[in-house]
Design a protein around this ligand. Structure first.
Ligand SMILES: *Cc1c(COP(=O)(O)O)cnc(C)c1O
Length: 323
C-alpha cells in the first residue's frame, strides 16, 4: 500500500514561536504554530490539504475543479490558486452565508466584497453565487455544477467543503510531525473537520491532547471528524478506530453561528494583534483563540500549549472585520 504523494505548494515547516505576553497573562506557556504563513496564495491551512488533493487531481487528469464554500471561503481562494498554477478551470458554488438547517440563518452579514472575493477574481475563479440556504443546498448546488460540467465534456475533480476528504486530512497528519516538541495541549479551530482529524489521528494515544474549538454549531461536527479519522485508518492500514469519545470538541465559542464574528473572538483578534503582533481571522482562528483563553481561564490547560493558527488573513482585510 502506498501513502499519498505530496505536490509541493507550501513553504514548510511553518514557524513556531512562544506568545510571551499571552503566556504571562494566562499563567500557562502558550506557543503558536504559524500556518497562516504556509505561503501559497496567501497562506493558511488549506494549502496543506491541497498538496495531497493536487496529486490525486493530476492522477485523475481533471481539467476542471469544482468546489464550494462561503463567499469569503479560504478554501475556494486556495483551490483557485492551485487551478491557476495547473492551468485548469476552477468553478465554485458559493453562498454569502450558508447555515445549519437546525439553527437557521444567524443574524449578521459577512462582507460580500473585498477579502477572498477580490483574490478569487485575481486568480480567475468562476464564482457561481447561489441564494443563502442550509449547507445541504450548497453541496447540492456544487453537485449540480459538477454534473453540468461533465455533461459538457469536462473531466471534473470534485472536492468536498473545506477540502475535507481523508486525503485533505492526510496533509494534517504530516503537519502534526512538525510539532513533535512535546506539547500537552494543541488548540485548533474546527469547521469542516480535516485539520482537527489529521492532528487528532497523529496524536491519538500520545500525551498530547488535541482540542477542537467549533466554529460551526452543526451537531454532527464530531461525526465528520470521526469519519475522516476512519478514512485515515484505511489509508494507513493502521486501525486506530477513533470514536467521538476519544476526541475533544468545545462548542462554547461558536457565537451566533458560522461566518459571523463573535464578541469574544473579536476581543481575542484585537488582543493578539496588539499584544503579540499576530493577526487572527474573525471566522475561525479568533474564535479558537477565545476558546484557548476561556479554557485557560477555567484552569483546563496546563503545561505547554500550542495554538495552531490556521490563517484566514484575507478576511481581516475585508470591510468591517475590525468591528
Ligand atoms: C477552513 C479553515 C479552518 C477550518 O479548518 P477545517 O479543516 O475546515 O475544520 C480554520 N481556519 C481557517 C482560517 C480556515 O480557512
Amino acid at each position: 500500500m502506498s501513502l499519498p504523494a505530496r505536490y509541493p505548494l507550501c513553504v514548510l515547516p511553518t514557524p513556531m514561536h512562544p506568545l510571551p505576553r499571552l503566556s504571562h497573562a494566562l499563567g500557562v506557556e502558550v506557543w503558536i504554530k504559524r500556518d497562516d504563513l504556509t505561503g501559497f496564495v496567501g497562506g493558511g491551512n488549506k494549502g496543506r490539504k491541497l498538496e495531497y488533493l493536487a496529486s490525486h487531481l493530476l492522477e485523475v487528469g481533471a481539467d476542471t475543479m469544482v468546489v464550494c464554500g462561503s463567499l469569503q471561503s479560504n478554501f475556494v481562494r486556495s483551490a483557485g490558486g492551485l487551478c491557476a498554477l495547473l492551468g485548469i478551470r476552477c468553478v465554485a458554488a458559493v453562498m454569502s452565508l450558508p447555515y445549519d438547517a437546525e439553527f437557521g440563518r444567524p443574524a449578521g452579514h459577512p462582507p460580500e466584497e473585498g477579502g477572498n472575493v477580490e483574490l478569487d477574481r485575481i486568480l480567475g475563479v468562476r464564482l457561481e453565487v447561489v441564494p443563502d440556504g442550509p449547507w445541504e443546498a450548497l453541496f447540492q448546488a456544487a453537485a449540480d455544477i459538477a454534473e453540468r460540467e461533465r455533461a459538457s465534456g469536462h473531466t471534473v475533480y470534485e472536492v468536498p467543503i473545506g477540502g475535507s476528504s481523508p486525503l485533505g486530512a492526510y496533509g494534517f497528519v504530516q503537519a502534526a510531525a512538525e510539532a513533535q516538541e512535546s506539547f500537552d495541549h494543541i488548540i485548533v479551530p474546527t469547521s469542516s473537520g480535516s485539520t482537527h482529524a489529521g492532528l487528532a489521528w497523529h496524536f491519538h494515544g500520545s500525551s498530547t491532547q488535541v482540542h477542537g474549538i467549533a466554529c460551526d454549531p452543526e451537531p454532527d461536527l464530531l461525526d465528520d471528524v470521526v469519519r475522516l479519522c476512519a478514512g485515515l485508518d484505511e489509508m494507513h492500514g493502521q486501525v486506530k478506530r477513533i470514536e467521538s469519545g476519544g476526541l475533544l470538541l468545545h462548542r462554547d465559542w461558536v457565537g451566533s453561528g458560522y461566518g459571523v464574528p463573535s464578541q469574544a473572538g473579536q476581543a481575542a483578534l484585537k488582543r493578539l494583534a496588539r499584544e503579540e503582533g499576530v493577526f487572527l481571522d474573525p471566522v475561525y482562528s479568533a474564535k479558537a483563540m477565545s476558546g484557548l483563553i476561556g479554557l485557560a481561564t477555567q484552569g483546563a490547560l496546563s503545561g505547554r500549549v500550542l495554538f495552531w493558527h490556521t490563517g484566514g488573513f484575507p478576511t481581516v482585510c475585508a470591510p468591517g472585520a475590525g468591528s
